[in-house]
Design a protein. Structure first.
Length: 36
């Protein structure tokens, strides 16, 4: 099964927008960027 890195990040950032904390497992540990 092939999954692109963009698909993974899209899922992680959508999870963060819904109040999830998957982004804390990212290598950089940075928070989701705010949209202006």
């Amino acid at each position: 099964m092939n999954i692109s890195h963009m698909t993974v990040y899209r899922h992680i950032y959508q999870n963060a927008a819904d109040g999830g904390r998957l982004y804390t497992y990212l290598r950089t540990g940075r928070k989701k960027a705010k949209k202006t």
